[in-house]
Design a protein around this ligand. Structure first.
Ligand code: ADP
Ligand code: ZN
Ligand code: MG
Length: 480
C-alpha cells in the first residue's frame, strides 16, 4: 500500500502543570509524591459551600506562556464549568475555560529538515487537574488520590498545521523548551507535568477538506507520540484503501504492542454542558499588566540559538541540540565562562560527557562533573598537559568520582611526555622495528608517518605529545 497518496494532518493538545506552590483555587500544596490524600481541603474536594479563589501566580504563568507563544491575551478572564462525572473529579465538574481562553491565536516556529515551519496555536487555557485513580496492586477495587486534584494546568491546543510524526516531535520539543525557559513548568513527563493527546487524520494529497480525525490518548513520551501518529496514519490509510470510512473516535496508545486501540466513538463522547462558573466572577486583565509581564520574559530558546550561532560559531545542529534543553545550554555557557573554547566544549559535552551519562542512565542533574571541571579538562589539553586521548580516559573517572581533572592527572601520572630525549629513543626504536613503513615513507608515501606516530603513542600509552612525537619522528626518519 502506498502512503504517498495521503497527506497526514496532525494537531496536538498539550497539558502542562504550572509550577505554582499551591493549587489553582485553594492553598493546598502541589508537591509531587506526597502520601495519598494528604494535600486536600474542602475546596479541592468539592465539598458543598466551599468557594474557589484564583491563584494569581497560575494566571501570571498562563499569561507569560501565552505571550511567549505569540498569542493574544484575553481582555477578560472568565472560567467555566465543564460537567462530567468521574470518580477522580469529586465536584463532578472541572473548572476550565470554554469560550474565552486566557491566550489565543498564537504560533511557534519549528525547525524541520525542510526549513522552518510556523505552527498555529489555537488557544491556551487555564484549568484544574483531576485526581488520580489507582487500579494496580489492588484486588477487585480502585482507589483514588486527590492530591493532584486542583493542580493548575495550562492546556495548549495547536492548529492542525503539523504534517508528519517528526513535525509533531519537533513541536513538542520546541514547546517544552519554551516552557522550561519560562520556568512556568518543570515539564517532567514521568511525573505527569506534561501530557499530550494527538489528533490525526489523513486526506488525499492536494485535497482541501480535512479527513475525519482520531484522537490518541495515553501517550507518555514524545517518542510514543511520534510512533502512535505513524501507526495511526498507516491504519487510516488501510481503512480508506479497503473502501471504508475512518470514524471519529478516541483511541488509546499501547506502547508495548505499538498499536492504538479504540476507546470510544464520537457517539459516546461527553456533552460537557459548559456554563460560566458562578463562583469566579470575570475580571479584566489590564494591558499594562500584560506589558509588565512581557518585560519579565527571559531569552527564549530560538533567540539563544541565534546567539550561540553568532557568538560561538557552533554548527546549526549543535546549537539546536544544546539550546533545546535549558540545563544543557546553561552548563555549556558556564563551561565557556570558566575559560574553555566554545566549540571544544560543545564537542566534549555532546559526544563525550552525554555519552557517558547515557550509559550510566544519568543526566546533568546528577552529574558529578561540574561545568568548571569539564572546562578544566579541555584546558589541560590546550596547555598540552595531557593529550586528547588521555583526556578521554580522565573524563570517565571524573564522572565516576567527581574529582577534578588536575587531581586525576597527577594521581595517575598521566602528564604528557614532552621529554625530547625520551621521545627520540622511542622514535629510533619504532623506526627499527617497522622497516616497511619507513621504506614507504622514504618512497614518498607520506601517509606512512601516521602509522609510525600511532606506534609511538602506543609505546608511550598515549602520553606522548602527538605534535612533538610527529616532529621528532620526522627528524629521526631523515637521519635514518
Ligand atoms: P474537538 O472538538 O474534537 O476537541 P477541536 O476542533 O477542538 O476538536 O480540535 C482539537 C485538536 O484537533 C486541535 O489540536 C486541532 O488542531 C486538531 N484537529 C482538528 N481537526 C483535525 C483534523 N481533521 N485532523 C487532525 N487534527 C485535527
Ligand atoms: Zn485544597
Ligand atoms: Mg477540543
Amino acid at each position: 500500500m502506498s502512503l504517498e497518496k495521503y497527506e497526514p494532518v496532525i494537531g496536538l493538545e498539550v497539558h502542562v502543570q504550572l509550577q505554582t506552590k499551591s493549587k489553582i483555587f485553594c492553598s493546598c500544596s502541589t508537591k509531587f509524591g506526597a502520601e495519598a490524600n494528604t494535600q486536600t481541603c474542602p475546596i479541592c474536594l468539592g465539598l458543598p459551600g466551599s468557594l474557589p479563589v484564583l491563584n494569581e501566580q497560575a494566571l501570571y504563568y498562563g499569561i507569560k506562556a501565552g505571550i511567549a507563544l505569540n498569542c493574544h491575551i484575553a481582555e477578560r478572564l472568565k472560567f467555566d464549568r465543564k460537567n462530567y462525572f468521574y470518580p477522580d473529579l469529586p465536584k463532578a465538574y472541572q473548572i476550565s475555560q470554554f469560550d474565552m481562553p486566557v491566550a489565543y491565536r498564537g504560533w511557534l516556529m519549528i525547525e524541520t529538515k525542510d526549513g522552518n515551519k510556523k505552527i498555529g496555536i489555537t488557544r491556551a487555557h487555564l484549568e484544574e487537574d483531576a485526581g488520580k485513580l489507582i487500579h494496580e496492586g489492588i484486588k477487585d477495587a480502585s482507589v483514588v488520590d486527590y492530591n493532584r486534584c486542583g493542580t493548575p494546568l495550562l492546556e495548549i491546543v495547536s492548529e492542525p498545521d503539523l504534517r508528519t510524526p517528526e513535525d509533531a516531535y519537533e513541536y513538542l520539543t520546541t514547546l517544552k523548551a519554551i516552557l522550561e525557559y519560562l520556568e512556568v513548568s518543570d515539564c517532567n513527563m514521568d511525573e505527569g507535568s506534561l501530557r499530550c493527546d494527538a489528533n490525526v487524520s489523513i486526506r488525499l494529497r492536494g485535497a482541501e477538506k480535512f479527513g475525519t480525525k482520531a484522537e490518541i490518548k495515553n501517550l507518555n513520551s514524545f517518542k510514543a507520540v511520534a510512533k502512535s501518529i505513524q501507526y495511526e496514519i498507516e491504519r487510516q490509510a488501510e481503512v480508506l484503501e479497503s473502501g471504508e470510512r475512518v470514524i471519529q473516535e478516541t483511541r488509546l496508545w499501547n506502547d508495548e504492542k505499538g498499536q492504538t486501540i479504540s476507546m470510544r466513538s464520537k457517539e459516546e463522547a461527553h456533552d460537557y454542558r459548559y456554563f460560566p462558573e458562578p463562583d469566579l466572577v470575570p475580571f479584566t486583565i489590564s494591558r499594562q499588566r500584560v506589558e509588565e509581564i512581557r518585560k519579565t520574559l527571559p531569552e527564549l530558546p530560538q533567540a539563544r540559538e541565534e546567539r550561540f550561532l553568532r557568538d560561538y560559531k557552533l554548527s546549526n545542529y549543535d546549537a539546536h541540540v544544546l539550546v533545546s534543553d535549558k540545563k544543557h545550554a546553561d552548563y555549556f555557557e558556564q563551561a565557556i565562562r570558566a575559560g574553555a573554547d566554545p566549540k571544544k566544549v560543545s564537542n566534549w559535552l555532546t559526544s563525550e560527557l552525554f555519552g557517558l551519562l547515557n550509559t550510566r542512565k544519568e543526566t546533568l542533574d546528577t552529574c558529578k562533573v561540574s561545568a568548571k571541571a569539564l572546562s578544566g579538562l579541555i584546558q589541560l589539553i590546550d596547555k598540552q598537559v595531557i593529550s586528547g586521548k588521555i583526556a578521554k580516559e580522565v573524563l570517565p573517572i571524573m564522572v565516576e568520582t567527581g574529582k577534578d581533572p588536575e587531581t586525576i592527572v597527577k594521581e595517575k601520572g598521566l602528564v604528557q611526555v614532552t621529554d625530547t630525549k625520551f621521545l627520540e629513543d622511542i622514535a629510533k626504536k619504532i623506526i627499527e622495528v617497522n622497516p616497511k613503513s619507513v621504506a614507504d615513507f622514504k618512497s614518498g608515501k607520506t601517509a606512512a608517518i601516521g602509522f609510525l606516530v600511532g606506534q609511538m603513542m602506543k609505546e608511550t600509552k598515549g602520553k606522548a605529545n602527538p605534535a612533538l612525537a610527529n616532529q621528532i619522528l620526522e627528524q629521526q626518519l631523515k637521519k635514518s
